[in-house]
Design a protein around this ligand. Structure first.
Ligand SMILES: [Zn+2]
Length: 149
């Protein structure tokens, strides 16, 4: 029985809350994904039966609606209709057909992202992990070229 299905769309950018502060992802699962565990069936099998990663829910229809809301967020940001580029966080509840009032906010005071905005690789965070020292080096490139010849 379907008791609830909710989805939200918002644009995370300068002056608006980041996705972590909005609760859009679990930072602990980011490391799990980086380690490749979410592609490991034995890891998934070892999770408790009620773990969200084992829900096996078919959310295709809901994802289509969320995608539409995300696209409208992008259009508002780029077109700024009547000077209004920020529709806020849009939350929809499928059960009951309820659309919440748009929410506006900022990052939590302890959030690290506002301080590192626009610093790129100088932010001090290895977002994709530590790069293999031989990866992308000149000698490796030459080896690839030799293979292709
Ligand atoms: Zn934040």
């Amino acid at each position: 029985m379907l008791a609830a299905a909710d989805w939200k769309a918002q644009t995370a950018t300068v002056g608006r809350p980041c996705l972590q502060c909005l609760g859009q992802y679990d930072p602990g699962l980011v490391q799990t994904e980086r380690e490749g565990r979410l592609d490991d069936p034995s890891y998934i099998e070892g999770l408790p039966k009620d773990h969200p990663l084992r829900a096996r829910e078919n959310v295709f229809g809901f994802s289509m609606s969320c995608a539409s809301m995300q696209f409208l967020q992008m259009l508002a940001l780029t077109l700024a209709p009547l000077g209004q580029p920020n529709p806020g966080a849009q939350l929809y509840h499928f059960v009951g057909n309820i659309t919440e009032e748009p929410a506006y906010g900022k990052c939590h005071s302890e959030c690290q992202f506002p301080q590192i905005t626009a610093l790129g690789d100088s932010c001090g965070i290895e977002a994709t992990g530590v790069r293999n020292k031989t990866e992308g080096t000149h000698s490796e490139d030459e080896g690839t070229a030799e293979t292709l010849v």
